[in-house]
Design a protein around this ligand. Structure first.
Ligand code: C2E
Ligand code: MG
Ligand code: MG
Ligand code: MG
Length: 278
């Protein structure tokens, strides 16, 4: 009887799995065409300098405007793209779009800001990444001083030595490097020591606890002091509340990225913000 039940469970599981696989395949097929159909979009979330109150950078964030399913999050797109060969063309498209946009704001006469672009593990693994970025900077005319790459879980599939080599090549180009989601999973202290970093982005989870959780608050403060004493600029992610801003200011965090100031916005809205601040 148990065996029968086991088999039914297996069958049920199997058909559900099939359905899920079909759904994923369909989405993947759509994603293939999304790029050429212009359904992928990049939004930009401002980073506010705490000491001046000015927007000094933005992070580019990918979205997919699906004709039937609506707006699809990068949390769905990126893993899907990772499983196929799509991550490279999509990643390259995001990089180029973001760099071209940043250059366009400069050409309009805005004060130059930093453009941060997320790079996934398999992008970092791509042997063409450095020449890809070099080509994009050349084509768009953006100075490398205004491009930053954000790395996260890369060491899960890459050797540390390989990552360091890649990042050093990027630094030689003049591009800066941020460690994203710091304090979670693979972004550890040993990584902080080994990697040629310019910025540390403290994960939202520690910001969330400010004002509520003593431990999170102590960790947030410690991360900021650690980053600063290593000579890194510290960015707090996911800041939503005034209380958090006040704490981060006291802790002398450098930059704030979060809904408290701005959500991810389209290029035109960023342009307005930059114009306003003159
Ligand atoms: P991330 O790089 O850590 O980006 C920050 C995420 O936090 C973004 O989510 C942003 O919208 C969200 N966020 C910012 N401030 C707040 C806040 O105050 N409250 C809340 N609740 N959320 C906030 P998003 O856009 O959904 O992106 C999720 C992740 O997807 C990113 O995390 C990044 O790892 C990845 N991703 C996004 N775009 C790209 C891309 O072009 N390439 C790659 N490889 N990954 C990307
Ligand atoms: Mg990021
Ligand atoms: Mg992050
Ligand atoms: Mg994240």
């Amino acid at each position: 009887k148990a065996k029968e039940k086991g088999r039914n469970q297996y069958l049920l599981c199997s058909s559900e799995m099939k359905e899920e696989v079909n759904r994923q395949n369909q989405l993947t097929n759509h994603l293939y065409r999304a790029l050429e159909k212009g359904e992928l979009i990049v939004n930009y979330q401002p980073q506010v300098c705490l000491s001046t109150g000015r927007v000094t950078g933005v992070e580019s964030l990918l979205r997919w405007q699906h004709p039937e399913l609506g707006l699809i999050s990068p949390a769905v797109i990126i893993p899907l793209a990772e499983k196929t060969s799509l991550i490279n063309p999509i990643g390259e498209w995001v990089l180029e779009t973001a760099c071209r946009q940043n250059k366009a704001w400069q050409v309009m006469g805005m004060e130059p800001i930093l453009m941060a672009v997320n790079i996934s593990a398999s992008q970092l693994k791509n042997p063409n990444l450095i020449s890809q970025i070099e080509g994009i900077l050349k084509r768009t005319g953006l100075s490398p001083a205004y491009l930053e790459v954000e790395i996260t879980e890369s060491t899960a599939i890459l050797e540390l030595g390989e990552i360091i080599g890649k990042l050093n090549s990027l630094k030689e180009l003049g591009v800066s490097i941020a460690i994203d989601d710091f304090g979670t999973e693979y972004s550890s202290l040993s990584r902080l020591k080994m990697l040629p970093l310019d910025r540390l982005k403290m994960d939202k989870q520690f910001v969330d606890g400010i004002g509520f959780n003593h431990k999170d608050q102590s960790i947030a403060n410690a991360i900021i002091q650690l980053g600063k004493s290593l000579g890194l600029a510290v960015v707090a992610e996911g800041v939503e509340k005034e209380k958090q801003v006040a704490f981060l200011r006291t802790s002398q965090c450098d930059l704030i990225q979060g809904y408290y100031y701005y959500k991810p916005l389209d290029a035109l809205e960023i342009e307005k913000i930059l114009r306003r601040q003159g």
